[in-house]
Structures are given as structure tokens and as C-alpha cells.
Design a protein around this ligand. Sequence first.
Ligand code: AMP
Ligand code: GLY
Length: 426
Amino acid sequence: MKVLIVGGGGREHAIATSVAKSKRADKIYCAPGNAGIAQVAECVPIGAMEFDKLVSFAKEHQIDLVIVGMDDPLVGGLVDEMERAGIRTFGPRKNAAILEGSKAFSKDLMKKYHIPTAAYETFDDPQKAIDYLEKEAKFPIVLKADGLALGKGVLICENLEDAKAGVKEIMEDKKFGSAGNQMVIEEFMTGRELSVLSFVDGKTIKIMSSAQDHKRAKDGDQGLNTGGMGNFSPSPFYTAEVDEFCKKYIYQATVDAMAAEGREFKGVIFFGLMLTKDGPKVLEYNARFGDPEAQVVLPRMKNDILDVMEACIDGTLDQIDLTFEDNAAVCVVLASDGYPVSYEKGFVISGLEAFDGKEDYYCFHAGTKFDAQGNIVTNGGRVLGVTATGATLKEARAKAYEATGWVSFDNKYMRHDIGKAIDEAN
Ligand code: AMP
Ligand code: GLY
């Protein structure tokens, strides 16, 4: 098979690595890819939102399967465009990717189908939002821009003053652009957060092994929210009891709700869950693999990823026995100091060859590129996702941290407590 992966971050590197393991993959392209992905795929300089160019490329190169890794092209309808051109594509169509693309849509869906989530109201008029905050709100309260905002469109406000400023930021100043045309105001929940990824074929859903992310920039969950500073899989907090609850009230219910709305979902649904004292609740849905969740979940998957993706497209996922290694994985993100606010790019990265030929170690590139001399240099806030598998979470964690020492670049920054929760659980 000839495969084209759309995206260029750590998640797409993890997807490309899994595809490269498949005996069925003859040729892998990635658009636009990055310097790490270039080791397993041919990178083509087409951006993920350049739909016409991507479709032309897929037709010209007789691509058998396109895999869309990122949220923006999914929400923008790349899958629909590819299908119109007769190209098989893994990922939800535009009318289903709205599950991630609009928080107002996803909240209304959960309410209508009784899927557990935080209580909320939606607003398209800032004055009405402020009236609501003045009359009915309990603090802290959570404000969410409706649309995609690079994971940054969520504000947790401690008091009325902050919340009013938040409404202004989102709906009037349009800090997150058109994502702020609508807004969700929801109840603040507390509890541990888990990520559960799943494959879906429109009717059947198969759950992947759980993961746990570390979103704050600094040790001890201090500092600003980021795209993710590291994570691990499985989560010891994803117990049999949690699994049973989610299977009963959340997973299949979501797939059935989308089908009932005429928005058949095929692809990956990422359930962002919070374990509250009243049981697990959905914080958010994403319509794609998580980043860096893919980096810890996919290396543990035993199946051929192309078999599973094709079953999602063909509606035959019920015939797939999705299985994971009985081991664990930990990913530590090496970032550029200053991320997520401001940071420099273009520093030469050395030591990457230490990963060559080492079975349990992966160095997924998030933000890298080749400079004019052919060196691999930093090209983003999150630079590398150093990942290791081990028999236990503790072992995987020790190995991942050991491997963070193999690579160096100026302004290298990482958290030192990724997976610390593992110790609390034991
Ligand atoms: P989201 O993009 O919806 O996942 O929100 C980003 C982050 O904001 C989540 O990972 C949580 O840490 C936090 N968050 C979102 N919604 C709530 C909520 N209702 N209560 C408490 N924290 C929340
Ligand atoms: N790691 C969270 C996300 O991919 O949205």
C-alpha cells in the first residue's frame, strides 16, 4: 500500500512509525512531516490545510490510504475532499469532526443523549453571557471558546471579574479568532484527568489503552497550560470500574448519538475524561489521536495499524481483536525553554543517533527541521517526545528519563515529574 499521512508533529511521527511496522506498507509519504518523520517516510512540502494540493498529490501518486492526523484539516473537511476524489481516507468527515470542532455541539449532544459531562450553558451574545455570570454563576467557573483554539480556548475563572474579562477576551476581542463566535460556560469539576483513545467505524467502537497527560509547563503541575509536556500509558487510575462505567454510559453512547444525528463517526474518538466523585465525566472530545497520547499508546499496540484503519473505513471493526502489549510507556517532552510563551528556534540537536536500533526507545520529533547544512534543528516549542517502553510504568519511566540525557540542544527544557502519579498509585 501507498500511504499519505497529513500532519507534521510528534503524533504523526508515532503514526508513521506504526505504519512503517506494517508489512502492508510499501511507501509512506507525509505532508508536511518533519526531520524525524523523514526517517520513516518521504516528506512532501504541502501544508495540512492545502486541500487541493493534497488531493492532487494523492491522485498523482495513487495513494491507497490517506491518514489525517491533525484536527484542523479534519474539522475543515479534508476527508470529504479526498473521498470526493475517490481516495480512501482514515478520519471523520466534516459533519462528524464537529464533535471536536464545536464545543457547543458536543455539549448539546451529551445533554440530548444523557452522556455524563459538566453542566453548562451556551452563548452567542456576550451580554447574555455576562448577565448569566452575574445572576447564576458559581465560582470557579469554566469558559470555553466554541471552536478550535490550539487547546488554549479554555479559561478557568475564580471570580466574576475574571469571568467578565474572559467573556470579553473570547467573544469581543476574539483572542481565539472565530472560535469565539460562540462560547460555552460550564461548571468547574475536580478530579483526575485521563485520556482514552478509541477506533470507531460508525457503529462499533474499540477502546485503546488509557493514557495520562501532563498539561502544565512546570514540575508539580505549576505554570501555564501547554499542548502536553509528557504522559504515560496505561493509567493506573483507569480501573475496571471506570472502564465498566464508561462502556455503559459514554463510549458506545457517543458513537450511537453521532449515528442517530446522521453524523456517522469513523476514525479516532479521543475521550478527555475527568474522574469526579460522581463518576467519570467527559471533559471534551477530540476527533483524532492525542498528541502526545499517540506516542505512548501506539508503540504498545499489537495490531497492524493499517488493518485497523481499513476496518474503520469499511465498517468491519467488529472483526478486529484490538490488543495491546502488557507493558507500559512513558513519553517525556523536550521543549525549548520559554514554551508555551516565547522561545527561540534553530538550535542544532545532537545525539539523536543514540536511538538507532534500540528496541524499547523512541524519539518522536514534534518540532524539528533540517537547516541549510542538513543538520536537524529545533523548530517549535515542543521539540522531541522521548519515549520508552518497559515491563512496568516505573521501568518505562526510568528508561525514558535515561534517554532524555542522550540528546542535547541549547535551551533544552523538560519536566522531571512525568509519571510521578504512578508512585502515588502504588
Ligand atoms: P478541554 O480543551 O475542554 O479539555 O479543556 C482543557 C483543560 O481545561 C482540561 O484538560 C482541564 O484541565 C480543564 N477543564 C476543562 N473543562 C473543565 C471543567 N469543566 N472543570 C475543570 N477543569 C476543566
Ligand atoms: N494531548 C491532548 C491533545 O492532543 O489534545
